[in-house]
Design a binder for this molecule. Sequence first.
Ligand SMILES: Nc1ncnc2c1ncn2[C@@H]1O[C@H](COP(=O)(O)OP(=O)(O)OP(=O)(O)O)[C@@H](O)[C@H]1O
Ligand SMILES: [Mg+2]
Length: 293
Amino acid sequence: MPVRKTIVGIDSPEALERALGSAQYIADEGLATAAYLALALGKPLLLEGAPGVGKTEAAKAISAVLGRALIRLQCFEGIDSAAALYEWNYPRQMLAIRQAGERSINIYDDEFLIARPMLEALRHPETSTLLIDEIDRSDHEFEAFLLEFLSDFQISIPERGTVRALERPVVVLTSNRTRELHEALRRRCVYHWIGYPDAAREAQIVMMRASSVAQATAEAVVGAVGRLRQEPLSKPPGVAETVEWAEAATLLHQGGATWPAAFRRAIGVALKDQDDLMFLQGRLDQVITGIAA
Ligand SMILES: Nc1ncnc2c1ncn2[C@@H]1O[C@H](COP(=O)(O)OP(=O)(O)OP(=O)(O)O)[C@@H](O)[C@H]1O
Ligand SMILES: [Mg+2]
């Protein structure tokens, strides 16, 4: 199976980093390098990180850079091959059998096959990117089943035979690390841990994603979020929360709220856990403004 050694117009991690930037995604050197190598070597890219650090968005941006359609498989507890691969459309098969009468029909024809994300990706590897999102939510059986898919990029449909990709599909897997992934799965991938961005990069992300936000507001929110992440919270704010908090506070400010009260009043978009709010009670304003108590 051919491996993509070059990607048109992208001949280095730096070039990929720039291209991702044009797709509204700010990648650091580590992520750009891992993604570049995964693409160049034809391996799946495994992105792990805390909630809201930009894992899913990275897959979307990679897909956009490649000019491909994103096919997303959202994992969940109990996900099985019917949700991931394919299903037979039983009602249509039954109807066709009834309508056919004496005539013989092939009930395993394409028209009765409902392709799910993994089969779709195998059928159109040159025009799609497969995102297997939140793999840690699935169970071990599904992970074992994925191993086979990721090694050979083929699947067997008993009634039809084997479907094999003509080239290696681009696959991005994400995990929030709510459980450890199997060693064998990791081995097949290029791995990258997405951490929280540094303050300058996070402010850049806020400005890029929320055009209504002033630079000073972005920087203040990034500072406050950085302090919140140092607290032992059960749900520390991700980058998504930083963007939304900056946007929400700006909105309140435009409606007449003063600074820093606007940050305080918009806290519900940054902290979404009552225990965390209780824990910070009384200190929240200091944490937000960075003024020592
Ligand atoms: N590096 C980045 N460049 C641009 N935007 C980013 C970046 N990182 C995060 N974001 C913003 O944060 C939002 C959330 O990111 P995303 O949904 O990808 O997080 P996630 O890691 O998949 O979270 P979860 O684990 O909750 O699914 C994005 O919609 C985007 O606005
Ligand atoms: Mg996600």
